[in-house]
Design a protein around this ligand. Structure first.
Ligand SMILES: NC(=O)c1ccc[n+]([C@@H]2O[C@H](COP(=O)([O-])OP(=O)(O)OC[C@H]3O[C@@H](n4cnc5c(N)ncnc54)[C@H](OP(=O)(O)O)[C@@H]3O)[C@@H](O)[C@H]2O)c1
Length: 229
């Protein structure tokens, strides 16, 4: 069996899209939600699209977290700290928390094309402060829109992966390239997450201005930089 991936907040469009892509790629996925039934119904919808052999299930967030050591956070920024505090007792040393959260100003009634200042520098750095020792935090997937993930076909977007833990970053890059069309690039330290999060706010503004679903591509690096390894 492949290592299970728990997508917390996987009932929303971003987490659902990632979970769908990984289930389609043959990964074992657990959808997390505040409500186990909602999680199971999202898992059923994924099975309908990915095929009856898809290895996908649903559970309440803490139970999903306890059943996996690779966790992907796709929850709104306003619930970020609260959810991480709830998950803390279920987080084991050696686990990886992948944070796709963007601290959009919309969280506090502002614009979706602006971000909030986060004391730690970024949502992902806030996560690093809230997880127990021995849990690696990786910032990734902030720039991949849910529309692309939930559509058919390849995803026209690169994923930049940032972490202070080189091995965890490598693991997440190999997960990112399971999504057709995605190239995963090592983006260096976790502190660079602040840039990834800001890019998303710009992309939301571009989507509104030009009525589209933008993605990002990084050009000019040697081929090895795009392989995810
Ligand atoms: N949407 C995109 O295209 C996109 C792209 C890149 C990054 N992101 C980032 O990914 C994250 C998720 O985006 P999304 O659009 O999927 O968000 P969303 O639909 O607003 O929320 C995702 C899920 O989080 C849970 N949730 C909502 N409010 C909560 C609360 N107060 N406490 C705990 N859980 C709560 C809900 O699941 P349950 O009700 O089932 O618990 C919901 O289905 C955000 O941080 C966003 O910035 C989104």
């Amino acid at each position: 069996m492949t290592r299970p991936i728990a997508v917390l907040g996987g009932t929303g469009p971003e987490g659902f899209g990632l979970a769908l892509r990984w289930a389609q790629a043959g990964e074992t996925v657990i959808i997390g939600s505040r409500d186990a039934q909602r999680a199971q119904s999202a898992a059923d919808k994924i099975r309908q699209r990915a095929g009856s052999s898809a290895k996908v299930s649903g559970a309440e967030n803490v139970a999903a977290c306890a059943a996996a050591d690779l966790l992907v956070l796709t929850i709104p920024f306003e619930s970020h700290a609260t959810v991480l505090k709830q998950l803390k007792p279920a987080l084991r040393p050696g686990s990886i928390v992948v944070d796709a959260t963007v601290p959009l100003a919309a969280s506090v009634g502002g614009r979706a094309s602006r971000t909030l200042g986060v004391w730690q520098g970024s949502a992902a750095q806030e996560t690093a402060e809230l997880v127990p020792q021995g849990v690696a935090v990786v910032a990734a997937f902030q720039n991949v829109g849910s529309e692309m993930l939930n559509a058919e076909g390849a995803v026209d977007c690169d994923v930049i992966v940032c972490s202070d833990d080189a091995e965890a970053s490598r693991t997440v890059r190999s997960l990112a390239i399971r999504i057709p069309g995605v190239r995963a690039i090592d983006g260096g330290k976790l502190e660079n997450a602040r840039v990834l999060e800001q890019i998303t706010a710009l992309m939301i503004g571009l989507n509104i201005r030009h009525k589209g679903h933008s993605g990002i591509r990084i050009t000019g690096l040697p081929p090895a930089a795009y392989t995810g390894h």
